[in-house]
Every structure is written in C-alpha cells, then in structure tokens.
Design a protein around this ligand. Structure first.
Ligand SMILES: Nc1ncnc2c1ncn2[C@@H]1O[C@H](COP(=O)(O)OP(=O)(O)OP(=O)(O)O)[C@@H](O)[C@H]1O
Ligand SMILES: [Mg+2]
Length: 192
C-alpha cells in the first residue's frame, strides 16, 4: 500500500492482499486451473472430515486446528471465536474475518523460497519442515534442502512459480508452503 501510494517499486499490492486472504488465494488458484484444497467459509458448507479450521488471514499458526470429526468442530470454532487473548492485539482485526474450512491435505510439507522480478523467477531453495506429530499445525523447524527427489523438487518449484503468477506476486522474495500430495504439490499458503 505504501509503495503504491508513493509510486515506489514493490510487490503488486493486489498480489499481497490476495496472498494474505487464504480463501481469496484459493479462489485465484481455481481460476488459474491450479491444484488447490477444497475450502469453504465455516457457515456455508462442509467439505468432509478431516479438515483444517483457520482464520482466513491468520499467521503464526494461531487459532488453527486440525479437526478429525464433526463432534470436535464446535469446540474448535468456539476456541477460535473466543481465543483472541492468545493473539497479539495488533493482529485482532485480521483474526476477526470468520473461519475458513480447508480440506486436510495429506503428504510431505515443504516450502519453496523464491524471488521474482520482471516476469523472471529465481528459485532459492526447497526447504523441509518438521511438524509436531500430536498437532500437525504445529511446525517445529525447517531444514534446507528438503529430502525430495530432484524431479519432485523441480515440480514443486514449477508449481510455486505458477502460484506466484496466478496471484500476481510479481516482485519480491516469497515463501510458499506446499504439501506434496499423491496428486502433486498443493499450496498450504503463500507468504509475500
Ligand atoms: N489444508 C491443510 N492441510 C493440511 N495441513 C494444513 C493445511 N493448512 C494448514 N496446515 C498446517 O497448519 C500449518 C499452519 O497453517 P498456515 O500456514 O495456513 O497458518 P499460518 O498461521 O499462516 O502459519 P505460519 O504463519 O506459521 O506459516 C501449516 O504449516 C500446516 O502444517
Ligand atoms: Mg504457514
């Protein structure tokens, strides 16, 4: 926003805003014909269990839950609606945008780190990410490079570039969290 206002070079503002709305990001992936996870706002639809419940503009895994069955969903939603005390106060506004329900993706979690400039993409690394076995939204750390076969790493990078193009992450350094599933890489979230 500041770059746009001052006429400075920066990542396309709409790209950043799309990435920071996880539901809008998934809509953009669908529009571009790219792999994504089924998703819905909590009040409209069920996608079948297990699901991930998360704030659409969440960060730092706060108030995100893996929900195995319908009977657990109400308590998690309650936790999300009443748990703002656990969130830094400057983030409260962005944590009040409802609840996003996402298909629970099964696979190996990695991230692709890359830069882009003038239509060119510069892949830096595919990183591996440890998750806590008892709560898969909990990430414990990362390592570089991910232990992926070379061909699979290349497929992840190509998908990450497609995602950046689809949501207009046109200038900057980006960190895309991706699940390597049986149907190929699927975005978890894109961070501008
Ligand atoms: N659809 C999904 N399927 C499976 N696991 C998921 C899904 N969405 C999120 N997760 C897990 O939960 C973690 C946190 O989700 P996400 O990255 O969307 O939230 P975040 O609050 O932006 O986290 P952070 O800021 O730490 O990256 C992911 O790293 C992943 O381990
Ligand atoms: Mg994340």
């Amino acid at each position: 926003m500041v770059c746009r206002k001052l006429g400075l070079r920066g990542t396309a503002t709409d790209g950043v805003l799309t990435a920071r709305r996880k539901d809008e990001c998934r809509a953009a992936l669908e529009q571009a014909g790219l792999a994504s996870a089924r998703y819905a706002p909590a009040e409209t639809e069920e996608t079948g269990y297990p699901v991930i419940l998360k704030p659409p503009s969440g960060a730092d895994r706060l108030l995100s839950y893996v929900v195995g069955r319908a009977t657990e969903a109400a308590a998690c939603c309650q936790g999300m609606l009443t748990g703002l005390d656990a969130v830094p106060s400057q983030w409260h506004e962005q944590f009040r945008r409802g609840i996003l329900v996402e298909e629970y993706l099964v696979g190996t979690l990695v991230s692709v780190e890359l830069g882009s400039r003038e239509g060119e993409f510069f892949p830096f690394a595919v990183s591996g990410r440890f998750r806590w076995a008892e709560d898969e939204v909990g990430e414990l750390g990362s390592y570089i490079p991910a232990h992926l076969p070379e061909e699979q790493a290349a497929i992840c990078v190509a998908y990450a570039v497609d995602v950046c193009r689809a949501i207009d992450l046109d200038l900057g350094v980006f960190h895309l969290e991706i699940m390597v599933t049986d149907r190929g890489p699927v975005l978890v979230e894109g961070n501008p």
